[in-house]
Design a binder for this molecule. Structure first.
Ligand SMILES: [Zn+2]
Length: 388
């Protein structure tokens, strides 16, 4: 690690500590980050100069002596935009640099790459128009895509979009003047869970999300596990029912073939009931056909979660994205299956939770990517070095 990088990591640690503990003094920041006072002073001075944090006097509550100075992130420092790019929809969220959401907008998606990029651009413009913000206020855009994305940010394969070896980053770079960061949707969402969601204090968790597909973000030993080529986490293609239903990847019996929104709707339709989305599935849960499909989805999910829990020993398994909508209907079965089949010592250490970010997991993942980029850190390194 060179000194420039160490300085950036220190800036990120102080920034995130202040984001989690607004109103802290420099002394408190030193405690949260385990950095020495001189380093904290230097980093705070830099962040104040850059307009990212503001100082104000802390109420002294009758104490004598010099009043402490409280520090907060400045909401005037800029806006970040996160996006979830899907075949049928593109959803965008705008937030302050501390992750507080200020607006959202959704437009139709496309499976044609060029059209998808221009729809994203149109959605971005519409969001800024609603918020009456100029593009110059936006410090970064992060985009989560349901795709295999390698360590250099190149898209290798997106089965639900039908894209192979697509140069998404340079296409987006041409369409936007702001810095653009791209990652696999579930990995981005796992980072959002660490920065803004249920796992801010958790070092080992597995984030499972469903949208057009199903994937996992493996956040292990306080960093996102990417694997040799960057493609780790394809839990959706774990075999849960040998010779079972056909999956988009060409195999049979994958988790995704039972648990993705499309798979659930297709199975319900095969039983003679047409439903448009997971919300109507949840409302129709008492229908025997819906109950039957959800029971099978719950069993498939339970098998996958049991295997991943035994393999990774996480403190939490978090369910996000569209899966968060129906998770309350699935989790009792998953919990019962874990209690019966996972190794007891591992099962006792693991909590199943529904993401507080819910269906916004992936767009907030985009915000998380933009934030890490804004702090001038490669995401994998930032997440490795972050301390809560
Ligand atoms: Zn598959």
């Amino acid at each position: 690690l060179n000194t420039t990088l160490i300085r950036q990591l220190n800036v990120a640690r102080v920034f995130h500590a202040l984001r989690q503990h607004p109103g802290s003094s420099q002394r408190e920041l030193a405690e949260y980050t385990q950095l020495d006072k001189a380093t904290i002073s230097a980093v705070v001075r830099q962040l104040v100069q850059e307009g990212l944090i503001a100082r104000r006097d802390k109420p002294t509550a009758g104490k004598v002596g010099r009043p402490e100075v409280a520090l907060t992130l400045s909401s005037e420092a800029g806006i970040l935009v996160g996006a979830r790019l899907e075949p049928k929809s593109i959803r965008l969220i705008a937030s302050y640099i501390d992750g507080r959401v200020i607006g959202a907008h959704q437009v139709a998606g496309s499976v044609a790459l060029a059209e998808s990029v221009s729809l994203l651009r149109a959605g971005f413009d519409a969001l800024l128009a609603v918020l009456a913000l100029p593009e110059s206020q936006v410090k970064g855009l992060g985009v989560g895509i349901p795709a295999l994305i390698d360590l250099e940010g190149r898209l290798a394969f997106a089965p639900n979009l039908g894209w192979r070896n697509a140069d998404v980053v340079s296409r987006l770079g041409e369409a936007f003047r702001v810095p653009v960061n791209v990652d696999n949707d579930t990995k981005a969402a796992a980072l959002a869970e660490k920065l803004f969601g249920a796992c801010q204090e958790v070092r080992d968790f597995v984030f499972i999300s469903g949208h057009s597909g199903v994937g996992a973000g493996l956040y292990l030993e306080d960093k996102l596990y990417r694997g040799h080529g960057g493609f780790a986490g394809e839990l959706g293609h774990m075999t849960v029912i040998p010779e079972g239903r056909l999956c988009s990847c060409g195999n049979r019996g994958c988790l995704e073939a039972y648990v993705s929104e499309a798979a659930i709707l297709r199975q319900i339709a095969e039983l003679g009931l047409e439903l448009p989305d997971v919300w109507t599935v949840r409302e129709a849960a008492a229908d025997v056909r819906v109950a039957q499909v959800l029971q099978q989805a719950a069993t498939a999910l339970a098998i996958a979660v049991k295997n991943v829990v035994n393999l990774c020993n996480p403190e939490r398994v978090v369910f996000g994205g569209n899966l968060a909508v129906i998770a309350p209907l699935l989790l009792p079965t998953v919990a019962r299956y874990l209690a019966e089949h996972a190794l007891e010592a591992i099962c006792q250490q693991c909590q199943l939770v529904i993401s507080p970010l819910g269906i916004e997991s992936v767009p907030m993942g985009g915000v998380a990517l933009a934030l890490e980029h804004f702090l001038a850190l490669p995401t994998w390194l930032a997440s490795e070095q972050l301390r809560s």
